[in-house]
Design a protein around this ligand. Sequence first.
Ligand code: HEM
Length: 437
Amino acid sequence: MGEEFPRLDGARPLVGHMPEMYRHFPELCERGVRAHGPLFWVQGGPGAEQLMLATRDAASLLKDKALSTSFYAEGFGPLLADTLFAFDGAEHKRLRGLMAPAFTPKRIGQTEVMRVIDEVATRSIERWIEAGHFDAIRAAKEYALEIIFRLVGVPREHLDAFRVQFERYRLCAVPSEGWVLSPLVWAGVRARDWIDQRLGAMVDRCREDEDESTLLGAIANRRDASGQFIERKLVVANLRLLVLAGHETTAATLAWTLLHAATDVRLQEQALEQTLPPDDDSKVVDFAGQQFLEAARLYPTVHSVIRRTRSPLRVEGREVPAGLLVNVPLVHSLRDPGRFSEPSVYRPQRWEDWPPPGSVRAAMFGGGPHFCLGYHIALAEGTRFHRHLAAALRRHGRRLRRHGAVPAPVFLPLAHPPGKHVISLERAPLRRIKGQA
Ligand code: HEM
């Protein structure tokens, strides 16, 4: 099936295009489009042949009902069963419709979300300043993970235990055939059950107390039109999904903003001049928000989404048959020179407005029915973090500093900065920072 589409050259024995996808995924897309147009096969490793749908409008393509996420349920059952990722069509619509009200800007403003973000941001930044240095990737991960754990109801004293179990749960992503689970996947499943038991107890408590003041409460106590709660096992699996979907993405994006700021002091000067106070709730995109959006655009953590065609799909005048594994490279839309001038340059100022959810400018958050449920929380985490950082640097007369160029990303499994990158917090004479006396 799909034999009429060309195969991209350069596939190596066994590993196929994986090495190129790992290091140079956006360039691979460009190369393929130049050679063949938007539709071409790549070999993403053994058994992972996928048809690239490299259009410049991934957001619209992802709305097409011919695309299904069944691949996640087929290949990653232990990791994703019962989650929004694995559901499709009416089943997905029902669950998403029940969960979505807890994630609107108004609702997250009424729950504890902003307070938790502010608390974790200020505490983390003060700790780094006191230490005088921090590892960008590790620090950003700790920040994002603590926030999302707290939002799904994990008490602070249990955070360490949850961190350990969550690392093990990720072993569920190791490929395993059918019901024959590898020992690694079994270890992941045991950790998943540990997590689920505790999340389940939190859901029960929240329901007994009829508490809707938290994000967890708003989800757990949501009822459908017939007055029924969302099934307990679905609430639990999707709270777990929030942690999975909502920490590495935010963490990698923040790591990039930190690496750029620490490498180019002008970005920090600009942040001091053009960043609003943390609790400003105007709708303006300040420099804090611009940095986060730009890092998310240039280094989209989820650089592609994988789908299966459930029925024939039309892409740029060609028909893609049903049953194919397809790759929609979000990064290709986000580096469209027609939309973003000099697309490979990190330029926060290009963001004058918040991109509307579902638009191609918001394609780093996906598109169509599976568009990122945590979009507004992610923006709040990124923006408020940089507002607190600018305020703390000003208060302490410090600046971020790191030697060497910003590293090039690696793209598998998610796009992230490779290695360890220590940023120091130098005592900088305030006169060197514009806008200060
Ligand atoms: C920079 C940060 C983030 C990025 C770049 C990002 C990106 C994405 C993308 C591309 C998708 C679509 C995946 C697909 O269609 O297969 C997605 C879905 C999702 N995201 Fe995010 N995300 C971020 C932060 C978050 C946060 C903080 C949360 C939770 C609070 C979250 C929760 C989710 C959930 C639950 C889904 C699945 C939605 C569904 O299937 O209906 N994300 N995200």
